[in-house]
Design a protein around this ligand. Structure first.
Ligand code: NAD
Ligand code: TYD
Length: 352
């Protein structure tokens, strides 16, 4: 039986991954979810599985050497899947330091603890692997044509992307220097259930349902390559199982949309199905994000050819499923948008 240390498993993608893995493998794996529970971490995301005997939650910081060492001793992990991060570009522009602390120093602490626990006289613990969940944002921004491949040079722009690039390079260093068994995955923008409503899609859904302005940065023509979160979880599982050691895998797949198209799709779905008063009048063009990357687009050929993965969920299907999840989980949304959230977002758009 394999034991997984999943960091950041109370966040958006991490909690989807915990659900995906426990549904797929049932009692054949053990998961320890290690999460600091920042504003983005939410144990409500895990309610359905929290009583499983092969699932444990531990609250803590990835920078805490003593605690992480203790966990390695206690659970003898086979895999580390590192989702824990500060993940929002706008926050990184305001407060870069915490991004360096969690994303860079936290990753190095995890790498060190894994190395110390896994190193043997003849290499590393058999079958062990450290999987770093990274982002296509480390590659920078594309022009009108071309795609990111795994060999595209790192050219990160935002403090968030640069902190992820720095942590990727540390993971690579542990592979190159100590021959530590690792993979790095770089995915495009995820969407789906349990995403905190600071990111574009849940923020738009929440604001629509409250008839609040829909802030569109700049001209709204920036492009993101949208990936349904369950397709992403499936890819991570495949990379853990079969990814070649030391390799990077890009995860995404020709699902590029302008931001304004996303806004209009959400408005039209809600207008037709929920409330006729949700219209384009809610759209508000606001000042552009500093250093706003224009376009992301992933070429997924490597993961498709080597591991047989492809994104199964079309945007049309995924966005309907996602909107419906938020409609069915209004209490979840209410719980994460009270108190601090209100204050933060008032400041965010002040003066625009
Ligand atoms: P998220 O912000 O929803 O969740 C992050 C989780 O990490 C939270 O549960 C938080 O409590 C936890 N965390 C933060 N600091 C921590 C610390 N110091 N110690 C322990 N736990 C801590 O993020 P997400 O959207 O689920 O992203 C997960 C990972 O995927 C991140 O590494 C992110 O960079 C990467 N990623 C996300 C996207 C996306 O579209 N969301 C795209 C590409 C890559
Ligand atoms: P976001 O969800 O923050 O993801 P990322 O910046 O990591 O790609 O933003 C997605 C796109 O939507 C990005 O081009 C910025 C834009 N955006 C808006 O136009 N308005 C918003 O309120 C937000 C949060 C994002």
């Amino acid at each position: 039986m394999k034991t997984y240390l999943v960091t950041g498993g109370a966040g958006f993608i991490g909690s989807n991954f915990v659900h995906y893995m426990l549904n797929k493998y049932s009692k054949d794996i053990k998961i320890v979810n290690f999460d600091k529970l920042t504003y983005a971490g939410n144990l409500e995301n895990l309610k359905e599985i929290e009583d499983r005997t092969n699932y444990t939650f531990v609250q803590g910081d990835v920078c805490d050497k003593e605690l992480v060492e203790k966990l390695f001793k206690k659970y003898d992990f086979d895999y580390v899947v590192n989702f824990a991060a500060e993940s929002h570009v706008d926050r990184s522009i305001k407060e870069p330091e915490i991004f360096v602390k969690t994303n860079v120093l936290g990753t190095v602490n995890l790498l060190n603890c894994a190395k110390n626990a896994w190193e043997t006289q003849n290499g590393f613990k058999n079958g062990a692997k450290f999987l770093q969940v990274s982002t296509d944002e480390v590659y920078g921004s594309l022009g009108e044509s071309g795609y990111f491949v795994e060999t595209t040079p790192i050219d990160s722009h935002s403090p968030y992307a640069s902190s992820k690039a720095a942590s990727d390079l540390m993971v690579k260093a542990y592979s190159d220097t100590y021959k530590m068994p690792i993979n790095i995955t770089r995915c495009s923008n995820n969407y789906g259930a349990y995403q905190f409503p600071e990111k574009l899609i849940p923020l738009l859904i929440n604001n629509c349902l409250h008839h609040e302005d829909l802030p569109v940065y700049g001209d709204g023509l920036n492009i993101r390559d949208w990936l349904y979160v369950e397709d992403h979880c499936k890819a991570i599982d495949m990379v853990i199982e079969s990814g070649r050691l030391g390799e990077v895998y890009n995860i995404g797949g020709h699902n590029e949309k302008t931001n304004i198209l996303i806004v209009n799709s959400i408005i039209s779905y809600l207008n037709e199905n929920v409330d006729k008063e949700i219209t384009q009048d809610l759209i508000k063009h606001v000042a552009d994000r500093l250093g706003h990357d224009r376009r992301y687009g992933i070429d997924p050929t490597k993961i498709k050819d080597e591991l047989g993965w492809y994104p199964e969920t079309t945007f049309e299907v995924g966005i309907k499923r996602t909107i419906q999840w938020y409609l069915d989980n209004k209490k979840w949304m209410k719980n994460v948008t009270t108190g601090e959230y209100q204050k933060y977002y008032k400041n965010m758009y002040k003066g625009v």
